[in-house]
Design a protein around this ligand. Structure first.
Ligand SMILES: [Zn+2]
Length: 269
C-alpha cells in the first residue's frame, strides 16, 4: 500500500478504514481513497468539514476553491461542476461547454480537468477507466438512484471512450446510510417499483417508516452494468453518523444545512 504523503501533513485516524484515508492538511481536510491512489496518473479526493475548510455552498459563484485546490495541487480554475438538479443526465466535458444545466454527472478523458460534485448525504460516485484513461463523477442522490444515473454514467463512458465496464474502478464516497435514510411509504413504493429484484434486501421496515440502503441500490446497478464487484469500493462512511466531520444535510445544524462536501477527480497533466 502506498504511504500517505508526509510533507508536514498529519494523517488523522478519525475516519480511516481500509478504503479511506483521512487527511488534515494545511488548507483543507479531506479523504483519499487507496483504490484510486494506486494510479499515479489519477487524482481523487473528498473534501469534508474541518476548521480550515471553506464551506462549499451549492450553485454559488462565490465559493473559493483555492484552499482545497492548493492542498491537492490542482488549478482551482480547472474545477468543473454540473448543476445537480437530481436528473439522470451525464454529460461529457468538452472545452466549450462549462455550464452543465440539468446535469448530474460528468465524464472526460481530458487531462487537467477536475470533475466535481457537491454532496451532503447524496452519493458521489468517482469512476476511473484505467485502460482508456477516462474519468467520471456522478451525483446519485435518492432521486438520481431511482432514475439509475449510475447506469447512465457507465453507459456514457462506454459511448464516449469505448470503456469496458469490467475495467472500471468505482468509489462510493460518504453518504447517508440505511440506518439514517428514513422514508415514508410513498418513497418506499418508488424504490420497490424501480428495484423489485432487491427491494427486500435493501429495506428495513419499522412501523410505518422504511429505511432504504441506497448504497446497495447503486452497487447492484453497477454490478448489473458489468463492473466487477471487487472493483466497487465503498467508503463505508455515513454522513449523518459522522456529521461532526462530514457535511450532512440531515445531520448538520440548521445554519449549516446548505454546506456541501466536494467529491473531486482529475487526470493529472
Ligand atoms: Zn448513519
Amino acid at each position: 500500500m502506498k504511504i500517505p504523503r508526509s510533507c508536514g501533513l498529519a494523517v488523522s485516524k478519525m475516519l480511516d478504514n481500509e478504503n479511506v484515508k483521512h487527511i488534515i492538511g494545511e488548507q483543507a481536510e479531506y479523504l483519499l481513497f487507496p483504490a484510486l491512489e494506486k494510479y499515479p496518473e489519477l487524482g481523487a479526493a473528498f473534501a469534508i468539514k474541518g476548521a480550515r475548510n471553506y464551506h462549499y455552498e451549492p450553485n454559488s459563484d462565490e465559493v473559493d476553491y483555492s484552499g482545497i485546490a492548493k492542498e491537492l495541487n490542482i488549478d482551482a480554475e480547472s474545477i468543473v461542476i454540473p448543476f445537480q438538479e437530481h436528473t439522470a443526465t451525464v454529460a461529457e466535458f468538452d472545452d466549450v461547454v462549462r455550464d452543465f444545466k440539468e446535469t448530474d454527472g460528468l465524464v472526460t478523458a481530458k487531462r487537467g480537468v477536475t470533475l466535481c460534485t457537491k454532496v451532503a448525504d447524496c452519493i458521489s460516485l468517482l469512476i476511473y477507466d484505467p485502460v482508456h484513461h477516462a474519468i467520471g463523477n456522478i451525483h446519485s442522490g435518492w432521486r438520481g438512484t431511482l432514475q439509475k444515473i449510475a447506469l447512465n454514467g457507465v453507459k456514457k463512458m462506454v459511448e464516449e471512450f469505448d470503456t469496458n465496464p469490467a475495467d472500471l474502478v468505482c468509489v462510493l464516497c460518504p453518504s447517508i446510510r440505511q440506518d439514517h435514510f428514513e422514508v415514508d411509504a410513498d418513497v418506499y413504493e418508488e424504490f420497490a417499483n424501480v428495484f423489485p429484484q432487491i427491494i427486500d434486501e435493501v429495506t428495513i421496515q419499522k412501523g410505518n417508516k422504511y429505511y432504504i440502503d441506497t448504497v446497495r441500490c447503486n452497487t447492484w446497478m453497477l454490478e448489473r452494468a458489468g463492473v466487477g464487484a471487487e472493483n466497487i469500493i465503498d467508503s463505508g462512511l455515513c454522513t449523518v453518523c459522522h456529521s461532526n466531520l462530514i457535511n450532512s444535510f440531515r445531520g448538520n445544524v440548521e445554519a449549516e444545512k446548505h454546506f456541501r462536501n466536494l467529491a473531486l477527480i482529475w487526470l493529472k497533466v
